[in-house]
Design a protein around this ligand. Sequence first.
Ligand SMILES: [Ca+2]
Length: 477
Amino acid sequence: MNSERIVQSKIGGWGGFDWKRYAVVLLLVLVVVTAVGCGLSSPANARPNILLIVSDDQRHDQMQFMPRTQSLIFDQGITFDEAYVTTSRCCPSRSSILTGMFAHNHEVILNSDPLTKNTMVEALKEDGYYTGLVGKYLNSYPLAPEDPPRPEFDYWIGMISGPDGSRYFDTPLNVNGQWTEHSGYQTHILRDYALEFLRQAKEQPDPFFLLYAPYAPHLPAVPAPGDEQLYADMPAHNPPNFNPEDMSGKPQWMQSLPYLTEDQTASIQRDWLHQNQSLNALDESIESLIQELDGLDMLDNTIVIYLSDNGMFLGEHRFPIGKIYVYEESMRVPFAVRYPELIKKPRVESRLVGNIDIAPTIYELAGIPIPEEVDGWSLVSLLRDQPFAKWREHLLLEGWPLGVAYVENSPPFQAIRNGQYVYVETEGDISELYDIENDPYQLNNLIDNPDYDKVVTDLQAILAEERETIPPLRVRE
Ligand SMILES: [Ca+2]
C-alpha cells in the first residue's frame, strides 16, 4: 500500500529526533487512518462499482456480432463458456439474477409472477450504494404506467414489458416516476440515460450499481437506423440440429412437433438476421459506457458483468422460436466478468456457472453477508483464479412450459448438467442423456445405451438428491 511505503521511507531517513519530521509522519498516518475510516482507501480496499448488463434472449453463439463487447469485457476478463440460466424464461431468470435463487425457491415461474423475495439491489441500497435501472426490470414489474419505480432504485428508467411497452422505436419509459414519450431508437435512448447515470454516479460519495438491460435482441428485433444492411451476405442459419427429420430419442411430446414449413424457415432466417443486426447498437452502447467509465476514471474500480437472461431456439429440434426447454440454445448464455482488480489475467473458464451466481458474487464484493436463502455460489474464487477453491460439479436446470403459445402440451422438466453430460427427466415422458462434449447439438440420446448406465445412475442419484430440497410448487392458472 502506498501510504505504508511513504511512512517507512520517512522513518528510514531519521537520524536524531526531528520534531518537524515527526509531525509530517504523524500527519501522514492521520491522513491514512482517516481516509480508510471514511472509505476513501485505495481502490483495492474500496467497495467496487457494479455495472450489470443483461441482454434479452441473446444466444451464446451471438457474441460474434458484438466485437466491441467481446474485446472490452470478455477479452479483458473471464469468459465463462459453460454458463447457464437455471430457468430459461425472462422473468424467472431475471428474478434468479436479482436474488441468487432457483426459480423453485423464488417462485417466479411465469413471466407474470411477481417477485416477492429480497433482491441484492435492496441490500446494496441499504448499504449506501447509488442504484440505477436503465431498461427492463421484470416482465411482472411494472405492469401498468401508474406503477412507481421500485423504491430501492435511486435512478429508474423503466419500460413496461410486452411487445408494445418495449418496442424498439419510440419506447414509452418511466423516467424517475414520470411516464414520458421518447422518439428514436430504444437502445440509443437507453444508452444516453445510462451515460447520464454514470455521470451522476461520479458525483456520489458511495459506489454505484447499474442494471443496464435494453430489450435487444428480443424478437421482433429491429436494427438501429443505419444498421439495416448489416450482414447482408450472412449464410443461412442452419446448424446440424435445425428442423431435423429424425426426432427419435426425443421425448414423445417432441416427436409430435411438426416439421417446420418453408414459411417458418424463412421467418427464422429473418429473425436470426434482425437479432444480429439489433445487437450492433447494443454493442456500440456498451462501448460508450466503458469509454465513459474510463473517462470518469471509474473503470478499474467497476466490476462489469455481462450476460443474457436466456437463449432461444431458432429452428433447432423443430422449435420455430422460443426458449424454456432444456437444450443448449435455450439454457446456455454468453457470460463474462471484467474486473482487473481480481482478474489478473484474462482467461476462459469452463467450470459450470449460472445466473444464480451473480447475486452472491455482488454481495461478496460489496462486503455484504450472503443471505442464507441464496442458492448460487459467489464467483469470487474463480475471478481470483484460486486453483484449490471448491467449485460445484453439477448444476440443476429446470423448466415449466406453462402458458407457452407456440407448443402445446409440453410437460415440465428437471435436469442435471455436469462437466460433460446433461441428464433430463421430463414429467410423464422418457428421460434423456446427452454427451455435450461430443454431441453439442444434442442429436443422440444415450439413455438406453448400456455403456452409459453408470453415468445415468450417478446423475439420477444427484437429481434425486436435489429434488429433496425442492418444495412443492404452487402451480398457478
Ligand atoms: Ca429474455
